[in-house]
Design a protein around this ligand. Structure first.
Ligand code: GAP
Length: 446
């Protein structure tokens, strides 16, 4: 299967099965903004829940936070985003398209007569690069003047830094400790694309870990290991995950060290999460710009210091795309193509399909009762329409790991058929045991 074909097939499956729709589709769509349908929202929620559980519920040293999207404009001056969160941009005077100055499709040097527009092919029509800030601006209050300008946050991290003392004092944590947050972020990307990989509105799952200076390198290594383990726990193909270390020129202005976790997408190796040693850059800047002391007093050591920060920053939409890409496969079964999303049961939007083989002989009644029993425990889907093979295929495409069929033997022997998505093997399980059977196989992943 050609790689670009895989992305096309995935986009089409996502629409057909209700994972992801283009935003405002009936109006022609909005560039690089996407909506999650019933299966997509469940998949993304399962990913976020797993992240939250591993960070907040699973540890004593991390607290949760949900800071507002709108923040004081000075936050973005302190963070460096007003001055530096920019990409070089060029316009084509002829076709009016806009590109990043380093777009590999541009031939020649933008601003020079030899430069060629990659869309209309005109020579000499590209402007000199100019810096373009990626933050979305809006206005607070009724007066649209510059005093009222606010930004849609381009990362969730700053909400954590400005609340660090509030969380520290209210939770009675001590350093080392972390703050985790999941929330929307917005970037006016010049070249978004590849479906939900790079979008203008997206969700981040960020955790900032506050440590004593001098212990940061050690914590950085620990967090690198834990974060890679987490991606493995989602069932991603290990050979398709790798580290990318940022060289000096790649390092963001705040970072002392940075590693990306990359996944091998059909469009190449790309970042899905960044782990950064941010030193005391953030708290130092907020202390300077706000005039408020943000130091930590270490009672045991009778020492005052500005903590260093180790950040783990993952995109919920990127991880969703990663799981979809990794899970998609096609198989030939009895002369037909079977499309399967081999999602890990932990993240599968639906855990079990429930089917009466036929709509008679008491089967629908038993199946409906079973469905209502199972859905108390995990996400289920009841389907009584069409041939049973078709119903199985629909669940395969949705990534549902189990299918339970109520058939003739259920009436006579009180057993059902449990079908496994990946192997397509079927086994008989007692009707009164089926709930426990699936719970055991989902384990702690529900
Ligand atoms: N606070 C650090 C920070 O925001 P980043 O590398 O710019 O670092 C972190 O972003 C993660 O957020 C990325 O690894 C990616 O998963 C996600 N992300 C960033 N920009 C995105 C976009 N335009 N669309 C979707 N996800 C994005």
């Amino acid at each position: 299967m050609a790689d670009t074909t895989l992305m096309d097939k995935l986009v089409s499956l996502c629409k057909r099965r209700g994972f992801v729709f283009q935003s405002s589709e009936i109006y022609g769509g909005l560039g690089s903004v996407w909506d999650y349908g019933p299966l997509g929202v469940a998949l993304k929620r399962n990913i976020k829940d797993r992240w939250w559980n591993s960070m907040v519920h699973g540890r004593d040293d991390i607290e949760g936070l949900d800071a507002a999207i709108l923040m004081h404009p000075k936050v973005w001056e302190a963070s460096g985003h007003v001055a530096g969160f920019t990409d070089p941009l060029v316009d084509c005077r002829h076709c009016k398209n806009r590109f990043r100055a380093d777009d590999p499709r541009i031939k020649g040097t933008p601003g020079q007569p030899d430069a060629q527009c990659p869309v209309c092919g005109t020579r000499g029509s590209l402007t000199e690069p100019r810096m373009f800030n990626l933050m979305f601006k809006t206005f607070m209050g009724p007066v649209e003047d510059s005093a009222a300008v606010v930004y849609l946050r381009p990362e969730t991290a700053q909400g954590i830094y400005v609340n660090y003392l509030n969380v520290l004092q209210s939770s009675r944590q001590r350093i080392p400790f972390g703050i985790a947050q999941i929330g929307k972020a917005f970037r006016n990307e010049i070249t978004p694309g590849n479906f939900i990989f790079r979008t203008r509105e997206f969700e981040q799952m960020e955790m900032q870990f506050f440590v004593q200076p001098g212990t940061d390198a050690e914590w950085f290594e620990r967090w690198r290991e834990w974060r890679m383990q987490w991606h493995h726990s989602l069932g991603l193909t290990p050979a398709k995950l790798q580290w990318h270390q940022h060289s000096g020129s790649e390092l963001a202005h705040y970072a002392r060290a940075a590693f990306d976790i990359q996944y091998e997408f059909p469009f190449g190796w790309q970042e899905i999460e960044g782990i950064h040693n941010r030193g005391d850059f953030d708290l130092g800047r907020h202390q300077e710009y706000s005039g408020k002391k943000l130091e930590y007093f270490d009672q045991a050591q009778n020492q005052r210091y500005l903590p260093f920060i180790v950040e783990t920053s993952a995109g919920a939409d990127r991880v969703t795309l990663t799981l979809l890409v990794d899970a998609y496969r096609e198989e030939q079964v009895e002369g037909e193509t079977r499309v399967v999303l081999g999602l890990h049961p932990a993240v599968a939007p639906i855990k079990t399909g429930v089917f009466p083989l036929v709509k008679k002989d008491g089967m629908p009644e038993i199946a409906a009762t079973l469905y209502h029993e199972l859905r108390q425990e995990f996400a289920c889907f009841y389907d009584d329409s069409g041939a049973i093979g078709r119903r199985y295929r629909r669940m395969d495409e949705a990534g549902t790991p189990f299918g339970v069929t109520v058939d003739g033997d259920t009436i006579t022997a009180r057993t059902v058929t449990v079908r496994h998505r990946d192997t397509m093997q079927q086994e008989r399980v007692g009707l009164d045991r089926v709930r426990q059977y699936i719970v055991d196989r989902l384990g702690a992943t529900r």
